[in-house]
Design a protein around this ligand. Structure first.
Ligand SMILES: [Fe+2]
Length: 175
């Protein structure tokens, strides 16, 4: 299926279509996080992924709530954007042996996903408000905040890894 499941003639129809895309994406992201938990080397990154997997499953159920509130059946629509992001992440991860490089690649892959989700939830929440559906907007906003917090946490993890590496490089080297 392409980007849109049907003719999109109204903001409401557009809202439902993007809702179906993120519903598909959250399930795919959950599957991917399980793989990433297995590959992460630093305990901090691993536990960050574990925590976000729990959040992701809640977000999936929250989307079902939004579908119900809207009066639409929960349905997934393939989203080529998230397919591409996950494929790009997997492509890099498959070629890495070094632990530090693996964590760097995983963090990068996860942040690409978070930025995609921030766009989807931010837009959906704004459209819901525009249509007078503050009930839907507040649920979508909740997921948006979780994605933003995850992104910020990944940035902190990346920075502390880089600092640790720089620290290591400054240590006196044996002659
Ligand atoms: Fe998510």
């Amino acid at each position: 299926m392409g980007m849109f499941s049907s003719d999109v003639k109204s903001l409401d129809a557009l809202f439902v279509d993007v809702l179906k895309q993120i519903y598909y994406a959250e399930r795919e992201i959950g599957d991917q996080l399980e793989v990433m938990i297995g590959k992460a080397k630093s305990p901090e990154l691993k536990s960050g992924f574990e925590q976000h997997l729990t959040e992701t499953r809640n977000q999936y159920e929250r989307l079902e709530q939004v579908f119900r509130m809207h009066g639409t059946d929960a349905e997934e629509v393939t989203c080529p954007a998230i397919d591409g992001i996950l494929e790009a992440g997997n492509g890099m991860i498959g070629k890495i042996d070094d632990d530090q490089v693996m964590d760097a690649a995983l963090t990068h892959a996860a942040q690409m996903v978070e930025h995609y989700e921030i766009v989807q939830y931010g837009t959906l929440s704004a459209w819901a408000k525009e249509m007078g559906r503050d009930d839907c907007a507040s649920l979508l906003q909740k997921s948006l905040e979780e994605e933003k917090a995850t992104d910020a946490k990944l940035t902190r993890i990346a920075e502390s890894r880089l600092n640790a590496m720089a620290e290591g490089q400054r240590s006196p080297q044996p002659a």
